[in-house]
Design a protein around this ligand. Structure first.
Ligand code: SF4
Length: 326
C-alpha cells in the first residue's frame, strides 16, 4: 500500500462562539437539570446536537414548542426580536447563546435603522443568522446573495443613506467581489468600520488556502448546513485541491484517496476535534500513514464569557461554597 501523509490545517474546528454556545447548554443542564430546551440546532453540527440530546437537551424549531415557564437556550446564530417577544409572552427563562460577533451585527443593524439607512445584507437566504439579523429591521434591509444580484437591486436615490452588512461566515473572496459591485452601483454606500465576516471564518479560510496549496485532496469535516464548512470546501477547490465535505469518517469514499500521497484535513467552526481524530484513525486503519503534521497559518487565542444568567448562577454556587467553608 502506498504511503500517504496527512496534513492538518491550523486553526480548524471550534471557534470561540461555538465553544461558548455548547458550554452554555452543558452548564444549563448541570444547573437546571433535564430537560433544557434549545431553539434550533445550538451549532450546526449533528454530532454535537445528538450528544447534547443524550444528555437531556430537547431541540425545538420554535419557542411555542417550549412549555410555559421552562428554560430555553437560543443558538449561536442569533434570533430576531420577535423570538424574544414570543419567549417573553410564554414566560420562558431565556439563556441567549448568540455569538457576541453576531450580536455585534444586530447592533449595527439597529443603529443604521435608527439613523434612516437602508441596509444591503450580504448573506445566504434562509440561514438562521440571516433570518435573525433581518428581523432587526425587515423593512430596511435587502438581502444580496451573489455579485450578479447587485444589478437587480432597486435604483436607490443618492438621498437614501445606504450601508452594507455581512453574514459572519461567508467566503472572504466572494464577499469582496460583492462589496466592490455594491460600491460601483452605489458610490455613496457606507462601509462598516470592520467587516462582519468573523475572525474564525477568515482564519479557517486562510488556513485551507495554504493547505490546498500543499495537498491534492482536502477533506473538510462539518455538516452540510454549516455555512463556514461549505465555504471551506469551495475555497479548497478554488485553490487547486479536490475537496469534499464529510460529517465524519463513515462518509469517506475510498475512491477519493486512490493515487493521493498528501491529504489535507480541516474542520468547520462547529465541528468538534474528536471528529478529526476519528478521520485520522480511519486513515491509520486503512492506509500506511507516514506522518501526521500540522500547517499553522495563524495562532488563535479568542474566548468569550458565558451568557450572563449562567455566570450569575455559577457565581451564586461559588459564593455559597465559599460561605459553607467559612
Ligand atoms: S463562526 Fe464566528 S460568528 Fe459564528 S459562532 Fe463562530 S466566532 Fe461567532
Amino acid at each position: 500500500m502506498a504511503e500517504l501523509e496527512l496534513i492538518l490545517a491550523a486553526p480548524r474546528g471550534y471557534c470561540a462562539g461555538v465553544d461558548r454556545a455548547v458550554e452554555t447548554v452543558e452548564r444549563a443542564l448541570e444547573l437546571e437539570g433535564k430537560p433544557v430546551y434549545v431553539r434550533k440546532q445550538i451549532v450546526h453540527n449533528i454530532h454535537v446536537v445528538r450528544d447534547l440530546e443524550t444528555r437531556g437537551a430537547i431541540f425545538v424549531d420554535d419557542v411555542v414548542e417550549v412549555p410555559a415557564g421552562a428554560t430555553v437556550v437560543f443558538s449561536a446564530h442569533g434570533v430576531a426580536p420577535t423570538v424574544h417577544e414570543d419567549a417573553a409572552a410564554r414566560h420562558l427563562n431565556v439563556i441567549d447563546a448568540t455569538c457576541p460577533l453576531v450580536t455585534k451585527v444586530h447592533s449595527e443593524a439597529k443603529r443604521y435603522d435608527t439613523r434612516g439607512y437602508h441596509m444591503l445584507l450580504i448573506g445566504h437566504e434562509g440561514h438562521e443568522e440571516v433570518v435573525g439579523t433581518m428581523g432587526e429591521a425587515p423593512q430596511a434591509m435587502t438581502l444580496v446573495e451573489t455579485e450578479s444580484d447587485v444589478a437587480n437591486l432597486p435604483d436607490f436615490p443618492e438621498s437614501q443613506p445606504l450601508a452594507f452588512l455581512t453574514q459572519t461566515t461567508l467566503s472572504v473572496d466572494e464577499t469582496r467581489g460583492i462589496i466592490a459591485a455594491l460600491k460601483v452601483r452605489y458610490p455613496w454606500i457606507h462601509s462598516p468600520v470592520k467587516e462582519d465576516i468573523c475572525y474564525a471564518t477568515s482564519n479557517r479560510q486562510a488556513a485551507v488556502k495554504a493547505l490546498a496549496a500543499e495537498t491534492e485532496l482536502v477533506l473538510v469535516i462539518g455538516s452540510a448546513n454549516s455555512s463556514n464548512s461549505c465555504r471551506l470546501v469551495e475555497v479548497a477547490r478554488e485553490y487547486g485541491a479536490d475537496s469534499h465535505l464529510i460529517e465524519d469518517e463513515t462518509e469517506i469514499d475510498p475512491a477519493w484517496i486512490v493515487g493521493r500521497t498528501r491529504v489535507g484535513l480541516t474542520s468547520g467552526a462547529s465541528a468538534p476535534e474528536r471528529l478529526v481524530r476519528g478521520v485520522i484513525g480511519w486513515f491509520e486503519a486503512n492506509h500506511t500513514v507516514s506522518a501526521v503534521t500540522e500547517l499553522e497559518t495563524v495562532h488563535e487565542d479568542v474566548s468569550f464569557n458565558l451568557p450572563r444568567p449562567i455566570r450569575r448562577a455559577l457565581a451564586v454556587i461559588d459564593a455559597s461554597g465559599t460561605a459553607a467553608k467559612e
